[in-house]
Design a protein around this ligand. Structure first.
Ligand code: UDP
Ligand code: MG
Length: 334
């Protein structure tokens, strides 16, 4: 048997699992979602489930439907945001409210099918602290979006310090340790998936087939996705900042060499190439531009330090502390 250290509540009661669902104008989906969910959850009597919806400022019937559901089923809770803040913020609001042994994050549009939940829980019971899912079949994803997502992962992985698994989605299970770790993050521009990958912990990935959206249309426009991608680059790598500096250095080296050659030819050689005065002016100018660019790179290094300080990401994360010698006064799972 696997070491089920701490996967059970200390009292031996059923582990408490919360399903966290951000919803924005999902009136066409919540009823079917709840039906599917309750069928799946009913088949897992060994867990105590709660379902936490975060309404992200919906303007349709979503809130009414969710409130009705919460009235009839005590396992359902709803957090209503004052306006639309975007999915990442809705997830953050939900995350801060979590008090459970594990949480499963899923979309409200049935693109994250509840019937994968047992498999995720199974991985969790085996000791994994983050269970991610990877889409193997994507219906109705336009080519441009698929290419864009590929480009995003290739670029990000080539320049950032940790690896972000391509194709993984927000459909994830988080163990209590990883939830508590995530609750420490205070940065404002956040991409959940990125942060979770940054955290480390014992992770497993399962493949799943994503069906088309049940009702309504996807809310992430290209411009919004582009902004999200740009934010992730800025959050996970300083490379874009340093790029100017590298270009500057390159220009200085290449054109400095050229200028040296031209001067040598004019004053030491036989003036065989006969470089005109205007050529000297141009090359000197390009070198000057190179110097300016490399100075920008230098400034970027300082900005990079400020950036790291300002986002205030935890310096390290601890999985657990073992042994009597560590008297931090708190049992690991209280
Ligand atoms: N969502 C949200 N706030 C938003 C946009 C979306 O809470 O501003 C929710 C939405 O209700 C759904 C999930 O985030 O549960 C994924 O949204 P969507 O299906 O539009 O995105 P995609 O599937 O294209 O990633
Ligand atoms: Mg969707």
């Amino acid at each position: 048997m696997h070491s089920e250290h701490s996967r059970q509540s200390e009292t031996g009661a059923a582990p408490h699992v919360t399903i966290l669902i951000p919803a924005y104008n999902e009136a066409g989906n919540v009823i079917s979602l709840l039906q599917d969910l309750s069928a799946t959850l009913a088949s897992l009597p060994e867990y105590a489930f709660t379902v936490l919806f975060v309404d992200d400022g919906s303007t349709d019937e979503t809130v009414t439907l969710l409130e009705q559901a919460a009235c009839t089923d005590p396992r359902i809770g709803v957090i209503e945001l004052s306006r639309n803040f975007g999915k990442e913020m809705a997830l953050t609001a939900g995350l801060q409210a979590l008090k459970c042994d594990a949480a499963i994050i899923m979309d409200a549009d049935l693109q994250h099918p509840p019937h994968y939940i047992p498999e995720m829980l199974c991985k969790w019971r085996q000791g994994f602290e983050v269970v991610s899912t990877r889409r193997v079949k994507i219906d109705e994803q336009p080519l441009a979006r698929r290419l864009g997502s590929q480009l995003f992962y290739t670029l990000l992985n080539s320049i950032s310090e940790f690896r972000m698994e391509p194709g993984t989605t927000d459909f994830r299970l988080l163990d209590r340790v990883s939830i508590e770790a995530l609750q420490q993050f205070t940065e404002r521009n956040r991409l959940f998936r990125g942060l979770i990958d940054w955290m480390g912990f014992k992770r497993a990935t399962i493949d799943f087939e994503a069906p088309a959206r049940h009702a309504g249309t996807a809310r992430y426009s290209y411009s919004r996705l582009f902004r999200l991608a740009l934010n992730s680059f800025m959050a996970f790598s300083l490379m874009p900042l340093k790029l100017a500096g590298y270009i500057g250095l390159f220009v200085i080296v290449v054109f400095g060499g050229l200028l040296g050659f031209m001067l040598g030819d004019k004053f030491l050689g036989s003036n065989a190439f006969g470089f005109s005065n205007i050529a000297f002016v141009i090359v000197t100018n390009v070198i000057m531009n190179g110097i300016v660019l490399s100075c920008i790179g230098l400034v970027a290094l300082y900005i990079g330090h400020i950036h790291t300080e300002v986002i205030g990401r935890p310096l390290y994360l601890i999985r657990k502390r073992v042994g009597r010698a560590i008297h931090d006064g708190k049992p690991e799972y209280s």
